[in-house]
Design a protein around this ligand. Structure first.
Ligand SMILES: *Cc1c(COP(=O)(O)O)cnc(C)c1O
Length: 463
C-alpha cells in the first residue's frame, strides 16, 4: 500500500516509510492511497477470533508486501500478550444497549498501550531489517508518554524522548514515564501546555539540521500505524455485538482525534457504523467543529480529563482531507491558515460528509463527576474521568442507532484523586502497578522553547 500526504507536496511512500517517518516532510499527514476492504463475512468472523489475529488481519491490509504476514502475526501475539485480560479489549455492559470497551488492560493502564505495544515491535522489526537506529520524539498529554516508554524501554534500535507539560498530568501518569530505568529513555517536563509540547515536536520534525543529525520519528497519533492499530477494536467490539448485521455506534472521548478517526478508518474499510460521537471536555474544539463547521482554537482550560486538554486536534487534518474529496492543495492552505489564525471553516460539502458519521458533544466538569458517581451507583464500576466525559455525552445525542460502545480509555486508578473526589471511592492500581509510587523517578525540566529542546534531543540521541 502506498501512502500520500494530506498536503500533496511529499512523495508517496510505502507502509514502512510512512510509519518510520511519522509526519510527512511537507508537514502533512500520511493517508493510504486507497482504503483496503474487509468483507462482511470476514467481519462477522472476527466475533470469535483472538484479538491478535484480527489485529494482524487489519494491520496487514496496509503492510501487505512489506511485512510478512507470519511476522506480523507473531508481533501482534507478543504485543497483546502484555495485556492483563485474555480478551485484550473486553466489553462490559453499562445499561441496556450501552457497552463499555475497556481499552486499559495494557501495561500503562491507558488505551494508548493498544497501539504502542504493536508499534514498538513494528519499529524493532523494520529498523532491524534496515540496520537503522531512530530517536522517537513524542509530546504527551499524559498517557502517550507512559505507553511509549513502556513499549520502547530497553529496545536496541530506538531511543525515546517524551515531552510532557509540567504539572498538568497526574502523578500516576508521570510515574509510568519517569520510573523507567533504561538508558534509551529520556523524559522532559516542559514549562508549558500540551499544545506547546506538540508545537515543539512539529518544529523539530521540520528542522532539516536536526533531522540531518538525528534520525527522528514520531509515535504520536499522527503516526498512521497507531491509527490502524486502533481501528482493530472497532472491528472486534462491533463484531462481538453482531456486526455487520447490526449497526453499532461509538462514543469516543477525544483530544487529538486519533481514536475517533480510527473509527472512521474502520468504517472506510467496510465496518458499518451508525454514528461516532466525538466527546470532549470543555476544551471543545472538536465538539464545536462537528456542530458548526468552524474549526477554531479556544483557550486551553485544565480539566480532570487532562489527556483531552487539547485545542488543536492533529488528526482532524486527515478527516478534512477525506471529507473534502482528497484535495491536497486546499488541505494545505486550510491547515497552514489554521496554524497562523487558529481558525478555518470547513467547506459546506465536506461538513455535510462529516455529519453523515460524526456528532460532537462537550461535557463540563460537574457532569463528568456526576457520570462517575452515577456509573458507580448503577453498575458498581469505577470509570475514569475521560470515560466519564463520553458516558455523560451519551445523554445529549438524540439519533443513535443500534448498540452503543463507549470507549473507556483509561483505568480509574490513573486518576485516583479526581475519581475519589467524584465518587467517594479510591480506585486501587491493579496487580503489577502496586509499587509504582515507591520507584525512583528520573526526568529533566526545560522551558517551552523549541531551540533548547531541540538541542537536548540532539545531545541525547548522539550521547
Ligand atoms: C489520549 C487519550 C484520549 C484522547 O485520544 P485521542 O486519540 O487523542 O483523541 C482520551 N483518553 C485518554 C485516557 C487518553 O490517554
Amino acid at each position: 500500500m502506498r501512502f500520500v500526504s494530506t498536503r500533496g507536496q511529499a512523495p508517496a511512500v510505502g507502509f514502512v516509510d510512512a510509519v518510520l517517518g511519522g509526519l510527512a516532510p511537507d508537514g502533512g499527514l500520511y493517508v493510504p492511497q486507497t482504503w483496503p476492504q474487509i468483507s462482511r463475512e470476514e467481519i462477522a468472523g472476527f466475533a470469535d477470533m483472538p484479538y491478535a489475529q484480527v489485529a494482524a488481519r487489519v494491520i496487514g491490509a496496509f503492510a501487505e508486501g512489506e511485512i510478512a504476514q507470519d511476522d506480523l502475526l507473531a508481533m501482534c501475539e507478543q504485543a497483546y500478550a502484555t495485556f492483563s485480560h485474555a480478551a485484550v479489549v473486553p466489553l462490559v455492559q453499562l445499561r441496556p444497549g450501552v457497552f463499555i470497551a475497556e481499552l486499559f488492560h495494557g501495561p500503562s493502564l491507558a488505551f494508548k498501550d493498544v497501539a504502542m505495544q504493536i508499534l514498538a515491535r513494528l519499529y524493532d522489526h523494520m529498523l532491524g531489517e534496515r540496520g537503522r537506529t531512530q530517536t522517537i520524539l513524542c509530546a504527551t498529554s499524559g498517557d502517550t508518554g507512559g505507553a511509549a516508554v513502556e513499549a520502547f524501554r530497553g529496545r536496541q534500535n530506538v531511543k525515546v524522548v517524551a515531552l510532557f507539560p509540567e504539572g498538568r498530568i497526574s502523578e500516576v501518569q508521570r510515574r509510568f514515564m519517569t520510573t523507567a530505568e533504561e538508558a534509551n529513555v529520556a523524559c522532559v517536563a516542559v514549562k508549558g501546555s500540551f499544545d506547546d509540547c506538540q508545537a515543539i515536536v512539529k518544529q523539530a520534525f521540520q528542522d532539516p539540521v536536526l533531522r540531518q543529525a538525528v534520525d527522528l520519528s514520531g509515535v504520536n497519533s499522527i503516526n498512521f500505524a497507531r491509527i490502524v492499530a486502533q481501528a482493530v477494536y472497532y472491528f472486534t467490539t462491533a463484531a462481538t455485538l453482531g456486526a455487520p448485521a447490526r449497526t453499532v455506534s461509538f462514543c469516543v472521548p477525544s483530544g487529538n482525534f486519533g481514536d475517533a478517526f480510527a473509527g472512521y478508518v474502520a468504517h472506510r474499510m467496510g465496518l458499518p457504523i451508525g454514528r461516532i460521537v466525538v466527546a470532549t471536555n470543555s476544551n471543545d474544539i472538536l465538539a464545536r467543529t462537528f456542530e458548526t463547521g468552524r474549526y477554531e482554537r479556544g483557550t486551553l482550560t485544565p480539566t480532570i480529563s487532562p489527556a483531552m486538554d487539547i485545542q488543536s486536534a492533529s488528526n482532524f487534518e486527515r478527516l478534512y482531507f477525506e471529507a473534502g474529496g482528497r484535495a491536497p492543495a486546499d488541505t494545505a492552505r486550510a491547515f497552514e491558515a489554521f496554524a497562523g489564525d487558529g481558525a478555518i471553516d470547513v467547506p459546506p460539502k465536506a461538513f455535510a460528509a462529516m455529519r453523515e458519521l460524526f456528532r460532537g458533544v462537550a461535557t463540563g466538569e460537574d457532569d463528568t463527576r456526576r457520570a462517575i458517581l452515577q456509573t458507580l451507583d448503577a453498575t458498581g464500576q469505577l470509570i475514569d474521568p475521560h470515560t466519564a466525559v463520553a458516558v455523560s455525552a451519551l445523554d445529549r445525542v438524540a439519533d443513535l442507532t443500534g448498540p452503543v460502545v463507549v470507549m473507556s480509555t483509561a483505568h480509574a486508578a490513573k486518576f485516583p484523586d479526581d475519581v475519589a473526589a467524584a465518587s467517594g471511592v479510591t480506585p486501587g492500581l491493579p496487580r503489577g502497578g502496586a509499587d509504582l509510587a515507591d520507584r525512583p523517578e528520573r526526568f529533566d525540566r526545560l522551558p517551552a522553547e523549541a531551540e533548547t529542546i531541540k538541542a537536548y534531543v540532539r545531545a541525547f540521541a548522539e550521547g
